[in-house]
Design a protein around this ligand. Sequence first.
Ligand code: GRF
Length: 198
Amino acid sequence: MKNIVILISGGGSNMKSIAKRAQKGQWLERHHTQIALVLSNDPQAGGLAWAQNQGLKTQVLDHKGFLQEPEPRRAFEEALIQTLEPHAPDLIVLAGFMRILGPHFVGHYAGKMMNIHPSLLPAFTGLHTHKRAIEAGVKFAGASVHWVSEVLDAGRIIDQAVVPVLPSDTEHSLAARVLTQEHLLYPRVIENWIKNTL
Ligand code: GRF
């Protein structure tokens, strides 16, 4: 059995698209692959209730619970590893997970962790990508799925989706156009990973 763990922080629209593809693509039946856990660092994440309703295992590990630790980030990441290990993850999918993961966690899951970033990397790493793209006057934008490395948004790119930037675009209209493509890109990348690692 191959186990995929998905990490979210909010609405989890990418997680939902992946879970729907897992159902439609019969990942369990045809590829012995399951979404073993949906975990959020935010107990209020809307994606948790949706995942539970789909019958997926969910868990919360609130990063705010580690703020009193001498090294809060490291303590959170160690707890995250201890939380994930029982699910024997073969692939960690960051899907709108808004915590920066440091070398301890990234090193532990080196080569097994993907992220989706809402820009055509290596352009516009970091935050507010759509606003920055419009301000820069780019004619195309999009999303990138990449392996996670110790440098933020800089791991090897797996695949990308491109959308036009229209003169009338606001960061919100561009974000919506990119998100629609994210929901096609991420499930496709993961399904290709499943088929190529069996
Ligand atoms: C998306 O733009 C994604 O690219 C970024 O987080 C945003 C929200 O993702 N990583 P989701 O709706 O929580 O999946």
